[in-house]
Design a protein around this ligand. Structure first.
Ligand code: SAM
Length: 228
């Protein structure tokens, strides 16, 4: 379970109402039962259920079971999709190890609303499920032009371009970012403006035109394969 830190031996953690419901009612835990928790910064800890009611569960931390592992410093910037596809991209990107998820608005983006709390909850659940000890930061959507105007000098950006003219994206180490366009693709003007920034390289994800959500998953797999 993801819990707010900092974590220290002997410390008590009051779970949220939703987590308490999950532990008490869904998992049918009893006082004394052990489970594992993480806070994204202090590794993984073994904890015991010390107080239990349906709406309020308290854990006592026993010992650290895994140190905080080094994580890839990889961002995913993707043109906002409809709700179910956005949810899927956030879930899969979390499993694949990204550190930051930055939704972008482009000329052909069809969605303009996003519930960040919901996306953060999806990322937490995905991190718990895949036993990752960190949860990616989910940022508020930004127009792609505004994002590029403030792009960090030291972060290479790979922009996925479906027109088969670029080289295949390969494994990357160190700081990186992948950018994937909307269902209708980037406009020529957007590609041209993004490409003016020296940190940017256009990349292919293979011979076929992938759905935007497939492109995000395939791109992250190619890019992060060497960093586990
Ligand atoms: N119309 C489909 C859809 O509804 O999802 C295809 C969308 S494709 C144009 C969306 C984005 O995926 C593109 O802007 C590009 O960033 C990425 N993409 C898809 N296939 C790709 C490929 N073979 N190589 C590189 N990028 C690709």
């Amino acid at each position: 379970l993801y819990v707010p830190g900092p974590l220290a031996a002997g410390g008590e953690i009051a779970l949220s109402e939703a987590q308490s419901h999950y532990i008490a009612t869904v998992m049918r835990a009893a006082e004394g039962d052990a489970l594992r928790v993480f806070d994204g910064a202090s590794g993984e800890w073994r904890a015991a259920v010390s107080k239990l009611s349906r709406k309020a569960v308290t854990l006592t931390l026993i010992e650290q079971t895994r140190p905080q592992a080094p994580e890839p410093d990889a961002w995913l910037c993707f043109a906002l999709l409809k709700r179910a596809k956005t949810d899927m991209v956030v879930e899969k990107a979390t499993e694949l190890g990204v550190s930051v998820i930055q939704p972008i608005i482009t000329a052909r983006t069809n969605a303009d609303h996003v519930n960040l709390d919901r996306l953060r909850a999806i990322a937490i659940e995905a991190a718990e499920q895949c036993e990752r000890l960190a949860v990616p930061e989910i940022r508020a959507p930004l127009p792609v032009g505004r994002l590029m105007a403030q792009w960090p000098e030291d972060r290479p950006l790979f922009i996925a371009d479906e027109r088969r003219t670029a080289g295949l994206l390969g494994p990357v180490t160190g700081k990186s970012a992948l950018m994937v366009g909307p269902e209708g693709g980037f406009t020529e003007a957007e590609l041209e403006a993004i490409g003016r920034i020296p940190q940017v390289t256009r990349v292919s994800l293979g011979a076929r035109i992938l759905r935007a959500e497939t492109a995000a998953i395939a791109g992250l797999t190619l890019q992060l394969a060497a960093q586990s």
